[in-house]
Design a protein around this ligand. Structure first.
Ligand code: R5P
Length: 326
């Protein structure tokens, strides 16, 4: 007797790749053994975007995979327009799969007369999608800005599994965070890797991207250092941190981060640092010229298999939390 197909009340999975995440979307599709659905994306001379689906999605479970890295506003509008197109075509359910969520650092009013743009972004996604998925939000509380349910996933086990394989070659490794906002997560890294933890105090001097590393809490002299952070944007924070740990007697330095924003000349800036290895994920694709700057010191770990599994479970109405316990 043939295997009974598990039917989902939200229809079959339909995967759509946004233009910012095509490599990741292809990997997810391959893992699920499903095609990427065809659609046209047109940019008119006035810069307005237009989307047309190649076939109907009525009654189907649709996933739009689109990260919101540079060019941020184009990619974000493309995401919203694609979500709306699917909704208007009577999809049973539409999920925004946004591996890197833009504006996540604008998550509070920490000075008078400023916006909370992460809330605005969440509102706009919530207005067009039924659900969302994202990775390693800058602050967990951003989940509360969404009025739709979502899966905020973590690349923690992907990164720590890789680091565990490197540990035997490290000398007295210590996990260090360059950002006190990342301290709890850094502690989880240290616990998982069974290493001590040290913290760098960093201050931003204005609303521009400048960061200054002030001092270190913890012992790093004569240790290999694993510097962890959620994202590297201009590379300013991490460059300061590397100089500081070297000044305090660190041996080899490894830089581990989730989101490779790598704005401006960050890639060249990082590549010039005395760092043994850079390890990150593919929530944001790294353009070949930027990747080339790192040579063989860059390792990009994929989130595709995890995301594919989560999409499958979401479609089948199975627990995603249980996946992380398995
Ligand atoms: C800050 O809060 C984040 O955790 C990162 O430390 C920050 O985004 C890095 O920015 P940059 O690379 O521009 O210093």
């Amino acid at each position: 007797m043939g295997k009974k197909k598990k039917r989902s009340h939200v229809g079959d999975i339909r995967l759509f790749s946004g233009s910012a995440s095509s490599e990741l979307a292809h990997k997810i599709a391959e893992h699920l053994d499903l095609p990427l659905e065809g659609h046209d994306l047109v940019c008119f001379p006035n810069e307005n975007l237009f989307v047309k689906l190649h076939s109907s999605v009525r009654g189907q479970d649709c996933y739009v995979i689109q990260t919101t890295s540079s060019p941020v506003h184009n990619n974000f509008m493309e995401l919203l327009i694609t979500l709306q197109t699917l909704r208007l075509d009577s999809a049973a359910r539409v999920t925004a799969v946004v591996p890197y969520l833009c504006y996540a650092r604008s998550d509070k009013k920490d000075q008078p007369r400023v916006p909370i743009t992460a809330r605005l972004v969440a509102d706009m996604i919530s207005s067009e999608a039924d659900r969302y998925m994202t990775f390693d939000l800058h602050a967990g509380q951003i989940q509360g800005f969404f009025s739709i349910p979502g899966d905020v996933l973590s690349s923690f086990s992907i990164l720590t599994d890789h680091l565990k394989a490197l540990l035997p070659n490290m000398y007295q490794p210590v996990v260090v965070t360059a950002d006190l906002g990342f301290a709890k997560k850094a502690r989880n890294f240290a616990e998982s890797l069974q290493t001590p933890l040290a913290l760098i105090e960093k201050r931003r001097t204005g609303n521009d991207a400048r960061a200054k590393a002030m001092g270190i809490i913890g012992e790093i002299n004569d240790h290999d250092v694993i510097l962890v952070d959620d994202e590297i944007d201009t590379g300013g924070s991490i460059a300061e941190a590397v100089h500081l740990v070297k000044q305090f007697g660190a041996r080899d330095v490894y830089i581990v981060f989730v989101h490779a924003v790598l704005s401006l000349n960050a890639a060249e800036r990082l590549a010039a640092l005395p760092v043994k290895q850079f390890i990150c994920t593919d929530t944001i694709p790294i353009p070949p010229d930027k990747a080339a700057a790192f040579g063989d010191r860059l390792t990009v770990l994929t989130i595709a298999d995890l995301l594919a599994e989560v999409i499958l479970r979401a479609n089948q109405g199975r627990s995603v939390g249980a996946l992380f316990d398995e």
